[in-house]
Design a protein around this ligand. Structure first.
Ligand code: P6P
Length: 338
């Protein structure tokens, strides 16, 4: 059976499904190639002296790992020259990076978390790259940070790479969710799963339980019911997983179902959540909904939220639709969506 490569898949999406333009096809190929380069650096680990701290903090005030900086550089350099992008935004950069004047500017905006879960790198746990693609607004204005402030429903493509036992790229261009595995010998991404679908029900939940005492009542109610198992209101036992690498947790959910929660908590009450809307929650919500799942901030579909800041944070509840709807229902019982 001949294997379908990412290039062939994208050509078919452009030609048959007319789901993407040639420029978007180029953009996705360039990002996928950058993820291969990141995979090489992540894979070398201690052998290449790329572990540990970079010595600075990112815009979030978090200590940057060397691989955070390397991964960001790889994505920036890969995407500057192609003529497909007007600008880029990254978790690792304070503001947007416009395509330099020496290159043609394109109609797309690329956002990324170059290495999500990087706190896991030094202990050799799976990490990943998350990316989201928007169109530059056709408003006659020069590209600016405001150009990026679009709801997640405006995304034209989204995906992630997981640097794990195998290296996989999971992608949607709005026609379902598809998984490609890196063939290291050929250096090509090979389609290994089409139309991933998240089961509506699940027995597996993912949350950082150490924050239990800080959660709002709807989350504590929901998790208490899961922990009560077959003797409680749910009438069945549940299992828990928490990799503390969103890409790895979401990939598990896209592969076999589950619910992932990073809700608001009282540790920093002014923050709606820990995760970032534009380049973590939005791309993951697009993928999850394309796979038949659901994604809310506890009240509202994440893809409907109107961003006001590039690096704004959001509460995230995503995965198996029936469980997400239950938790969201508990929130809206207490306080209707704002
Ligand atoms: P905690 C990684 O730092 C990250 O941004 C996500 O990938 C992950 O889901 C979450 O934070 C883990 O947070 O508080 O459990 O360490």
């Amino acid at each position: 059976m001949p294997r379908t490569t990412l290039t062939q898949f994208l050509v078919e999406q452009e030609r048959a499904a007319q789901a993407i333009t040639p420029e978007l096809r180029l953009l996705i190929e360039v990002v996928a190639r950058a993820c291969k380069a990141i995979a090489v650096n992540v894979g070398k680990g201690a052998l290449a002296g790329v572990l540990g701290e970079a010595g600075g903090d990112n815009v979030q005030g978090e200590a940057q790992k060397k691989l955070d900086v390397i991964s960001n550089e790889i994505l920036m350099q890969a995407n500057e020259w192609g003529g497909h992008l007007a600008a880029m935004a990254s978790e690792e950069m304070e503001t947007i990076h416009e395509t330099p004047n020496r290159y043609p500017k394109g109609e797309y905006l690329l956002l990324f978390d170059p290495l999500d879960g990087s706190s896991n790198i030094d202990v050799n746990v799976s990490v990943g790259t998350i990316f989201s693609v928007l169109r530059k607004p056709d408003d006659g204005h020069a590209v600016s940070e405001a150009s990026f402030l679009q709801p997640g429903g405006a995304q034209v493509a989204a995906g992630y790479a997981v640097y794990g036992p195998s290296t996989v790229l999971v992608l949607t261009v709005g026609t379902g969710v598809h998984c490609f595995t890196l063939d290291r010998e050929m250096g090509s991404w090979v389609l290994t799963q089409s139309n991933l679908t998240i089961p509506a029900d699940t027995r597996e939940f993912a949350i950082n339980m150490s924050n239990f005492r800080h959660w709002a009542p709807p989350v504590r109610r929901y998790v208490d019911e899961l922990l009560a198992g077959r003797d409680g209101p749910r009438g069945r036992d549940f299992n828990m997983r928490w990799v503390a690498s969103m890409v790895a947790d979401v990939h598990r959910i896209l592969t076999r179902g589950g619910i992932f929660m990073y809700p608001w908590d009282a540790r920093e009450p002014d923050k709606p959540g820990k995760l970032r809307l534009m380049y973590e929650a939005n791309p993951m919500a697009f993928l999850v909904e394309q796979a038949g799942g659901a994604a809310t901030n506890g009240h509202t579909r994440i893809l409907e939220l109107m961003p006001t800041k590039l690096h704004e944070r959001v509460a995230v509840i995503l995965g198996s639709r029936n469980e997400v709807e239950r938790v969201t229902g508990y929130h809206n019982e207490v306080a209707p969506a704002p």
